[in-house]
Design a protein around this ligand. Structure first.
Ligand code: IMP
Ligand code: MG
Length: 173
């Protein structure tokens, strides 16, 4: 059986520092905005989100949503809602927390969906940005790191449901 080779791109130490920096910026920006609802996209964002919220200096509520993006051989790309929010987004300041932005279709779909459902504001926080892959013009408000156009695993991100529990971020061949 072929073993996948991992190459560490971002160490645990660097991740911790960057998450703390993002949490500081978010806390500052939302301090006077009123109630904040953090929406994590399952399952990839769970580890990033749990580290991030513990560094926030403001109150927040937390909810999750599950989205599947079918990107049939990189052509059209259909995005589907698998599990909806528990909370009602009406009137809420929402911060979407996502593991990685690739084409941007998932985040574009979710942001538009939440705004249609009358969220007061919707911003986006991603840990990783795959450079040169965007197919939509979606604004990323808070970004952790740029990563090369490789398949990325660890710190929540999986390859066939494996490697989510790695404490670092790696590329896989
Ligand atoms: P987008 O809709 O093309 O931006 O894709 C974003 C989604 O695809 C993310 O939520 C991830 O679940 C998944 N994804 C994209 N690139 C990677 C990767 O390199 N490793 C793991 N998951 C990825
Ligand atoms: Mg995902």
């Amino acid at each position: 059986m072929k073993k996948n080779k991992l190459k560490i791109l971002i160490t645990e130490e660097k991740i911790i520092k960057q998450v703390s920096y993002l949490a500081k910026r978010i806390s500052k920006d939302y301090r006077r905005k009123g109630k904040l609802l953090i929406v994590g996209i399952l399952k990839g964002s769970m580890i990033f989100l749990s580290d991030l919220v513990r560094q926030l200096e403001i109150d927040c509520e937390i909810d999750f949503i599950s989205i599947r993006s079918y990107d049939g051989k990189n052509s059209s790309g259909v995005v589907q809602l698998i599990l909806d929010l528990y909370d009602n987004p009406v009137g809420k300041n929402i911060l979407i927390v996502e593991d990685i932005v690739d084409t941007g279709r998932t985040l574009k779909f979710l942001k538009e969906n939440l705004l249609t459902r009358k969220a007061k504001s919707v911003k986006i926080c991603v840990l990783l940005n795959k450079i040169g892959r965007r197919k939509t013009n979606i604004k990323i408000d808070y970004k952790g790191f740029d990563v090369p156009n490789k398949f990325i695993v660890g710190y929540g991100l999986d390859y066939k449901e494996k490697y989510r529990n790695l404490p670092y971020i790696a590329s896989i061949d």
